[in-house]
Design a protein around this ligand. Sequence first.
Ligand code: PMP
Length: 298
Amino acid sequence: MYYDDNTVTYLDGQWPLAKASMGGLYQQSFHYGNAVFEGIRAYATDQGPKILRAQEHYERLLYSAQTMHLEVGLSVAELIDLSYELLARNGLQDAYIRPLVYPTERLGLQAESRSHVFLCAWDWSQYFAAGELRMKVSPYCRPDPNSCHVDAKVSGHYVNSILAMKEAQVAGYDDALLLDQKGFVAEASGANFFLQQDGVLYTPPEGNILPGITRSVVMELAAANGIRVVQKHFTPDAIRGAEGAFLTGTAVEVQAIGTVNDEPFSRPWAETHGALLQRQFKQLVREEKINFKKTKAA
Ligand code: PMP
């Protein structure tokens, strides 16, 4: 699924085949989850593949690396160029790109600043099976912002996501909705949450979430449609009786939610703001002009 015999990756200035691309077992990334990564999508357009918000994704990668004291040694512009080259070398147009920065060998707990940079890409057209998600409020909370940098994409944070998603799936649901330490809704295992009530969209503010890049694209689209978006804390009680809800994220894009804890919403998905924004998001990602004015390095 992720690679075949011909798939090419990028590793520290070389272009090894995926099957020969090696990482060692003596790094903090394997033992302690000390690595940072991104999830980025490229879309086929009339002008070839375009990476959605590449600039923002690579700025976030460098920010995440900085929180973990990792030196990347490549600029945003260089990382964007490498990503386009990765797509070209693999003949990919619609693709998911996964950059990973991990420290060189060290197994003590001293932060290691020297790093490896790995890039790979694959076709990950659909993250969830089609349809509206059945979500479960998770007994697992998001990591406490006083314990780690929750606004950074650090590999170790995703142990929390894996536990929460597994708990939800064992109980027969598609994904988990995690609360923060105070009991307010935070986000899904790998996506941001929006709730529609009285025609207004509500989404949790920054602080306990990964502030998603798709979340900001969707907020821009909502503004262009005159839809009010309010960033505020709310508890799961606010979800009961609401008009609709959806997730946003690079992997999930704009994803309809059918139920939370088996409670349906008061409007059919097709009649919610989410459905409109989902359609417009699909168009926007393939439109050269809106697109991606900030993405390709000048
Ligand atoms: N929250 C979490 C925990 C995530 O892993 C992701 C995916 N990166 C998101 C939100 C959505 O972020 P983005 O839209 O930037 O992909």
